[in-house]
Design a protein around this ligand. Sequence first.
Ligand code: SF4
Length: 107
Amino acid sequence: MVEQVGYLSRRRKHGEPMLRVVHGWCVFYHQGCTLQRVGQALGNKFAFKPLACALFPLNRRGRGSWYVRQKGYEGELWDLCCLAPAPDTPLAAKTLREEFALAARLR
Ligand code: SF4
């Protein structure tokens, strides 16, 4: 699919083009994010990921203000298991340190 028509779709979100999805899956998904694995192999897991993917599950609330997307919070509609923390889910403050650092650089 990528070779035939490219990895960007005609859909846009916040003015930016979105990645192509085939049968409900991003074209870069293969047992996890291929772009992340390539970046990790080169020492930076965010090097090739689109910014929205690199920041997930952080969402910008306003200038310099971010929150962690969670089911039922701030109108979150996406029904993903990773957005529905359980009592034993590790705290985002520990697991999202790299994402917080990336968001802090964006201000
Ligand atoms: S993190 Fe982004 S680029 Fe990677 S597989 Fe998921 S949607 Fe695709």
